[in-house]
Write a new protein. Structure first.
Length: 150
């Protein structure tokens, strides 16, 4: 299978470093695998990501889904000319999780010139489905402004 990524010179270390001062880092997210057409990340189920009943917070699942899907979308694009921003996300919460890690895998459903649609499946440490999410991102063209135009 031919990789979908704009560049094959992206490492997990780079992705994790780029997210160092973000909500993803605050929630303990870590990118774990780049495949030819998918991106994986994981997040702990701990005091940062649970709701008062001790279950994984649905918002934390949505944050993980949006993070891995948005980063995957950005990796498809030429970063000098384009960027990806979220338009819509939905999440169906299937199963509760109280401990361990959750693992997200983002795969494209549609890679268009102006939008991408990504499916993100989140599973627990036992490979049981926790959440299914769909993320739509807008593909925007970067403006090359000179100092005179700024």
């Amino acid at each position: 299978m031919k990789p979908i990524w704009h560049s094959l010179n992206v490492s997990l270390d780079q992705l994790n470093e780029n997210g160092r001062h973000t909500m993803g880092a605050h929630l303990g997210m870590e990118f774990t695998e780049i495949g030819p057409d998918y991106l994986r990340a994981m997040m702990p189920v701990d005091h940062r990501t649970v709701q008062p009943y001790g279950l994984l917070h649905g918002g934390a699942s949505a944050a993980l889904a949006e993070t891995v899907g948005s980063v995957a979308a950005a990796l498809v694009l030429n970063p000098e000319k384009q960027l990806a921003v979220g338009l819509e996300i939905n999440a169906n919460h299937i199963r509760g999780v109280r401990e361990g890690y959750v693992h997200a895998i983002a795969k494209p459903l549609h890679l268009g010139g102006s939008t991408h649609v990504w499916e993100i499946k989140i599973t627990d440490d036992h490979h049981k489905l926790v959440c299914v999410s769909r993320l739509t991102v807008a593909v925007l063209q970067k403006k090359n402004l000179s100092a005179d135009e700024a």
